[in-house]
Ligand binder design. Sequence first.
Ligand code: SF4
Ligand code: SF4
Length: 480
Amino acid sequence: MKTVKSQFKFKGGVHPDYNKELARNQPIEKLATPAELVISMSQHLGAPAKCLVKVGDFVKRGQLIGEKNGFISVCVRASADGKVKAIEKRLGPAGGMADAVILDTTAKEEALAEGTETPTPSAPKGPILPPLDWKTATKEELLKRVEEAGICGMGGAGFPTNVKLSPPPGKRCEYLILNGAECEPYLTADYRVMLERAPRIRLGVEIMRKILGMPAVRIAIEANKPEAIKAMEEAFADIEGNVEIVVLPVLYPQGSEKHQIYATVKRIVPEPPALPIDVGCVVENVGTVAAISDAVELGEPLLERVTTVSGDAVATPKNILAPCGTKYSDLVAFCGGEKIPPAKIISGGTMMGFAVSTLDIGTTKTTSGLLLLSPSRVFQYSSQACINCGRCLRACPMNLNPAEISKAMEADDVKTAEDAHVMTCIECGACSFGCPAYRTITQFCRRAKASIRARMAAERAAAQAAAEKEKQKAEGAKAN
Ligand code: SF4
Ligand code: SF4
């Protein structure tokens, strides 16, 4: 195992203020189970899970409460014991509405059954899933475990991990890349996981290598995290095979999957629908890798995660290990509350996160950060006409023309945005970051992509309906 410097710099990128000093030295603290959890059925990329419980049911920690609902989908398990007090649409961390199970974790099943409010002692706790010996387990057993543990990418995208670890026929993973870049300003959750859970990451890598047929491993970390590099060097010191730690230059969006692949192995992922596996790569966030080791060795599904709560309007910034479904308000209370009333609340980081207007949102498997910013950190502006300065073109790491896309979308011209390859936009925010006209370019890109996706979904549904009609017609003719 050796440590090398990345030799490959991608085009574009920006240097925002990182502001990581607020939380980087705060060890991970575990939050006790809150009185109420808001557990979304849509914590991942793809089809929401199908809810399996009803109001009034008691569930146990780890119990399956949502089954995966298609190939690109992930199951959901209860992150605590409790009583289902409602199932309703709730606002999610990314701003969309989704079905959520509202769990009252103070209710006691045995006590209520007896008609008394006296809590009864909990049954002794054992592993939720039977622990597996990864050395003797088959590849299929390990993959099944990743799936039944409900693991998805914890870096933000939420792609189902079992799907990522199952290259399609004819494709082979040559490089397994661990994403430890965490280039989003303020966020330090992955950093702390690398410092505090390095042996779990090492074990996760061993398991993934077995599943993927022993690819080479590249551990990608930005140069501004020397302690994390050291922790990984120590954890992987005696690992066998082709394993390298690649120190990346500090440049946003270095944590983007495509840019990390380029920076580590100099391969270029073609335009969507191409995926990293098309160039022989699988990229996994370090937190996801640790979750895989917990699921296999300890039988612990993905029920909790580390979230950074930071910003200058929160009393004490922290890295908090909390059950999925913990409300933002409980996270902030655990940090000592608000120091001053925030002018802006951001779900995620300042570059790719979403501004939200309430703390009544439950965390998900992908919630990496929550920021509370004071008025002094929030720049008030009004969007102006493009002055054709070209700064956004230089900043865009995807070689797009963000100015053209923003102008097209101002006129609701989705076709022009599509022709300008907006679907390859990774929504990194680098274009908006330096725009002297304060144009909301990234939001224009998001709107264009949503509109194109909706049209494609409608086209697919129409094609399916037409095929079904043809099939029925053919069956009718055959019967006659
Ligand atoms: S157009 Fe998309 S990919 Fe390019 S800088 Fe803007 S947000 Fe990033
Ligand atoms: S940075 Fe802003 S003003 Fe400059 S070209 Fe891009 S959209 Fe126009």
